[in-house]
Design a protein around this ligand. Structure first.
Ligand code: GLA
Length: 399
């Protein structure tokens, strides 16, 4: 695989830093990519189907195993470090008894889950860095979790099924970090396939890679409006979906999740739900249907139909699910007027972060430049617009 892009983590830079800081040779390099979700937003915690791809932006860690049962981490991008032990993490503390900094909760959470599974989790010294914009909806946290899980599996000499690894990382985020996220992000980071989008059924856990339109590219536009996924908004949306299920069960006792009701059936029952619950559920039900339609559009090589589904998803997230942000709406509105843009929508949890755009390959550089410029003109914010390619899931190697 050619990993010479600008945004893969430079192993030699990490190597140098490692040797300087620890006065020793590292042994293993592990990496895990971020992801962009092309369609299927806020449906993974409703047993829905999603269509993400792993991107060529990633977390890279270089490390060596030590005999002590402790983890010494250097987060290069933050210029911060922490030491925790396999005892101290059970109290969410570092070795000296101070609360773990937020960024360290992700690797510590992964160790916490793996230890509970009685897997061999070794003490390490590690330096890591990321080229995934943080808090922008591109799964920078999931990539950290997956990269550390991959690293510990390399040192421990154990292997678990990729899907199980993704679920362990999700558990770390749910139970240790405290975000009730679904499996979308960790799955994408583990299972990414170069050149493909991933059709993933979060209920059956079946998935399949699909070739994306050959003459189209995916462009990400970071609005530079930051959001925190741990914010109560995300967990609140999830709770509302559960409430919708409980209410609908009075009429459809067999209903287990919003996945079980089609848009047509939903239309018959929606009036029994209070207005906000109704709009949230409507988004989920229709978004799941859009993912199926998108797969059909992909198979029919119908770019326009696919793009239209992306726009529809954005409007639904904006108007019914209420997770957009005015700057994301501006980003989508501008993109829609540019030539060669088939579809655009917010991606990830929303509330800020990025949009994802499907653009004709022949005009990508022009599109990137114009979107960048016009967004700054409108908002006085310097966003960041860049094309991505679909990359391989997490991997490791000896150095
Ligand atoms: C975040 C979560 C995912 C998913 C998306 C919204 O990225 O981590 O599990 O729910 O939001 O689709």
């Amino acid at each position: 695989m050619d990993r010479k892009g600008d945004f893969v983590i430079a192993e030699d830079k990490l190597y140098q830093q490692f040797v300087e800081r620890f006065q020793a040779q590292p042994q293993v390099f592990a990496r895990a990519p971020g992801r962009v979700n092309i369609l299927g937003e806020h449906v993974d915690y409703n047993d829905g189907v999603v269509l993400p791809m792993a991107i060529d932006r990633e977390v890279g860690i270089i490390a060596r195993k030590i005999e002590l049962p402790e983890v010494h981490l250097i987060a290069l991008d933050l210029s911060e470090e922490v030491v925790f032990t396999f005892q101290s993490i059970f109290e969410r503390k570092d070795k000296s008894g101070k609360p773990l900094p937020r960024w360290a909760l992700y690797p510590a959470g992964v160790a916490w889950v793996l230890l509970q599974k009685q897997l061999d989790v070794s003490g390490i010294q590690a330096v890591y860095s990321s080229s995934i914009p943080i808090g922008a909806g591109l799964s920078s946290s999931a990539a950290v979790e997956v990269a550390f899980a991959t690293l510990w599996s390399a040192f421990g000499g154990w292997q678990i099924e990729p899907m199980k690894l993704a679920q362990d990382c999700q558990k770390a985020e749910n139970e240790f970090v405290g975000v009730a996220c679904g499996l979308l992000d960790q799955f994408s980071s583990v299972c990414g396939v170069e050149g493909h989008v991933l059709f993933f059924d979060t209920r059956s856990l079946e998935w399949m890679p699909l070739r994306f339109f050959e003459d189209c590219m995916i462009v990400i536009a970071d609005s530079r409006v930051e959001r925190s996924l741990a914010s109560s908004d995300y967990n609140e949306r999830r709770a509302t979906c559960e409430e919708a299920v409980r209410m609908l069960q009075r009429y459809i006792p067999t209903l287990k999740s919003l996945r079980d009701i089609s848009p047509v059936e939903f239309a018959a029952y929606r009036e029994f739900l209070p207005p906000v619950v109704q709009r949230r559920a409507e988004h989920v039900v229709k978004e799941i249907a859009r993912v199926y339609s998108a797969v059909t559009a992909l198979r029919n090589n119908d770019r326009r139909a696919f793009g239209a589904l992306m726009y529809a998803s954005h409007y639904s997230l904006r108007d019914d699910y209420n997770v957009s942000h005015p700057n994301l709406d501006i980003m989508v509105e501008i993109a829609k007027q540019l030539s060669g843009c088939y579809g655009a929508r917010l991606t990830g949890a929303g509330f800020g972060g990025c949009t994802v755009n499907m653009v004709d390959q022949s005009v990508v550089s022009q599109f990137v430049e114009q979107l960048d410029q016009l967004y700054t003109n409108r908002t006085s914010i310097k966003g960041q617009v860049f094309a991505v390619t679909a990359s391989q899931g997490a991997s490791w190697k000896f150095v």
